[in-house]
Design a protein around this ligand. Sequence first.
Ligand code: AMP
Length: 401
Amino acid sequence: MRSGSVMSEVSQTVGILGGGQLARMLALAAAPLGVRCLAVDQAPDACAGQIAELVQAEWHDFAGLEPFAHRIDVATFDFENVPAETAEWLAERTRVFPNPRALTVAQDRLTEKNLFRACGLDTPAFVPVDTRPGLDEALGRIGAPAILKTRRFGYDGKGQFRIKSPADADAAWRALGAHTGRAGLILESFVPFVAEVSVVAVRARDGDFRTWPLTRNWHVDGILSASLAPAPADDAIAGAAFAHARAIAEELDYVGVFALELFVSADAIHGQELRGQRLLGNEMAPRVHNSGHWTLDGAVTSQFENHLRAVLGLPLGDTSARGVSCMLNWIGELPDRDALLAVPDAHWHDYGKSPRPGRKVGHATVCAGDAGTLAQRLQRAARALGREAQVQPVVQALAAT
Ligand code: AMP
């Protein structure tokens, strides 16, 4: 660049392991900061490649990853199932946030739940399962209904089998038993929750810790369908959720954004009542999270920007909500963009992915200054898009506030 030029030089490059929509939205947030993103993915057409430079490499292809490691100032993840060896190999060459231990703990539902309990967060009852007789034994201890899950590599409801009665054990084993060769299974008691909520939080390199307002989430077939923030929740519940997130982040010496997914359960246990409700830890995502996508349009600083600020050692931004926001996920295919854009304060996010059943291809966020206006806007959007069923539980929750 010529001296005296007003153009800024790109001074930092963030390497992202995984090139999906999370990497894409990180890259979109990076540009105004003067930060470049370099994503690495196994797929040559990963959607972050439309926004950032994409390197194609397998996770164990260290020769292919070597130039990537040398071009970046810091590495982070859009995908938590990067092998631990790869994260450790990278950490010998560059800074990696979150650290490989945090990633490894969050990759396995068993170590994750043990961590939650060690940090004082209760969880659904659980028993690791490695054999077919072990499943019967676990069912004897936990009872039905229960959910059998793969300990690793599960996402969006995949790798799960709901056991309604012990007679379902054979079918559950047929569906998931083969996974015991890879990483084992876990049987969890089925929680009759009154709500699912998540804490999206960020911790900086200097320990500064912030949370966005508590988010309420609705899932359909195990996939996130809608999120509402701030969640209409008791202050005591929100305060307890934030305290759990902070304790976990500090225990892991976590740097960056993460999400802690919680069940709000009404089946209070004697002595543990929190105004008739209590929180149970479901899982944590060691990365920016779908339930934090509303922050792009509904918060002062988005989860993507704050994740970049955290991993680069920059001051964190304000995590306050600007009003009330609802995020609607587009699964399988995009609805009518133009109809959504006709709704006031509605925002469209297309991930540039080809449609496929069960695939997250985009989302929209509808924002408003108050709950009543948000409910009206959501109903208008739902009618225009034919998405009444998706919006209905959110509108009901808003009406109850
Ligand atoms: P997960 O992949 O563990 O987050 O599970 C996906 C979804 O399945 C959750 O968001 C819940 O809606 C449901 N789910 C998972 N585990 C349980 C449980 N132990 N009890 C009740 N519902 C569950």
